[in-house]
Design a protein around this ligand. Structure first.
Ligand SMILES: NC(=O)c1ccc[n+]([C@@H]2O[C@H](COP(=O)([O-])OP(=O)(O)OC[C@H]3O[C@@H](n4cnc5c(N)ncnc54)[C@H](O)[C@@H]3O)[C@@H](O)[C@H]2O)c1
Length: 325
């Protein structure tokens, strides 16, 4: 992983253990494979990787004959390992499960705020305090048995379903890979995408970006959502027709919370930054700030398991990669 990220992920005690027990020192990070003597690469048994780690191509892996495990401190490993590098005998673990929690928390927060229309009401109140009574007396707001639709029972989707269970929402889910008995165990009703969109006052997207999901929420799907509904997208911008969403928000029919956009950083003055009815954040839902230590602790625990000869808890199953983030 990148040198400057190390203290953000691991505390001093963990770093001391990694140095003493495994000879892993911050100054030994591999920023560029070509800069590391071949003899040193040949000794490596465990690679700890993260954002912006160099991709592990077949040629680079050839230089690591003793590699037993790649412990990835962040989520998806798709940008780290090429398809043809799987099955070479080393284990791969990722902290995607730990990264799921803050995203699910962000989505829950937006769903609760959205159900009560807190942000819109705050803005309207600030504009005209004499409207306080009218704003309080609305009948179209609230979290009591409001239907929430979750697209994708992914890691994040499932975490969100668990968090939603503590509230009084009606929850429906769309996921072609979710067996009925699993939906039952999660306490949710599995429905077709069209039905989810028609019924839900709030829709939260948690599917991965794959060939099948790209553009899955287009103009037709947005038109199926009820007037005043809220769309929350923390997944990837590619799943959503952003222009169609802008048109729906501009007309005042839909509201949106977007943590992911196309382009990733919007230019100043972009409609999503200026239209009322939209909350945009610059890809902050996943682990950030002190939450990175949760990811580091997960990676540290995986290394300790390897050390003790135990099974990894967060091993990545490459067979699931085509339908995963
Ligand atoms: N905003 C952020 O900071 C942030 C952080 C992490 C992940 N993400 C994104 O959140 C999404 C979920 O991530 P994850 O790690 O939970 O994913 P994941 O790898 O757990 O998702 C895989 C699951 O998604 C479901 N799925 C696959 N294809 C589907 C389809 N066509 N329709 C509906 N469901 C489908 C299946 O249940 C599958 O098992 C991804 O798009 C990911 O890129 C965003």
């Amino acid at each position: 992983m990148r040198r400057e990220h190390i203290p953000r992920f691991f505390d001093a005690q963990q770093l001391a253990v990694l140095a003493e027990r495994h000879g892993a020192r911050a100054e030994d990070t591999i920023e560029d494979f070509d800069q590391v003597p071949v003899g040193e690469l040949a000794r490596i048994e465990v690679l700890v990787t993260g954002w912006a780690s160099p991709m592990l191509t077949p040629a680079r892996l050839d230089l690591l004959p003793r590699l037993r495990a790649v412990i990835h401190t962040t989520g998806s490993v798709k940008a780290l390992l090429e398809k043809e590098t799987w099955g070479r005998g080393f284990l791969v673990s990722s902290a995607a499960d730990q990264n799921a929690l803050p995203v699910a928390e962000y989505a829950l927060a937006m769903i609760l705020l959205g159900a009560k229309q807190v942000l819109e009401t705050s803005a309207a109140y600030r504009d005209d305090p004499t409207r306080a009574d009218a704003l309080r007396d609305r009948t179209d707001v609230g979290a009591f048995r409001t239907t929430v639709g979750v697209i994708g029972a992914s890691r994040i989707g499932r975490r969100l379903l668990e968090l939603l269970a503590a509230h009084d929402f009606e929850v429906v889910v769309f996921d072609p890979f979710l067996p009925d008995e699993e939906a039952q165990r999660l306490g949710v009703r599995s429905v077709a995408l069209d039905e989810l969109l028609r019924r839900s006052r709030i829709v939260s997207i948690h599917a991965p970006s794959t060939a099948q999901t790209r553009g899955m929420i287009g103009a037709r799907e947005l038109a199926a959502m009820p007037d005043g509904a809220l769309l929350v997208n923390t997944s990837r911008a590619a799943l959503l027709d952003q222009d169609a969403l802008v048109a729906e928000v501009r007309s005042g029919r839909l509201r949106a919370v977007l943590d992911v956009t196309e382009p990733e950083v919007l230019p100043a003055g972009h409609p999503l930054l200026t239209l009322p009815g939209v909350v945009v954040t610059p890809h902050i839902a996943g682990a950030g700030g002190n939450e990175l230590r949760r990811l580091g602790s997960s990676a540290f625990a995986e290394i300790a398991r390897l050390d003790r000869g135990e099974r990894l808890l967060h091993e990545v199953d490459d067979a699931l990669l085509p339908i995963s983030a």
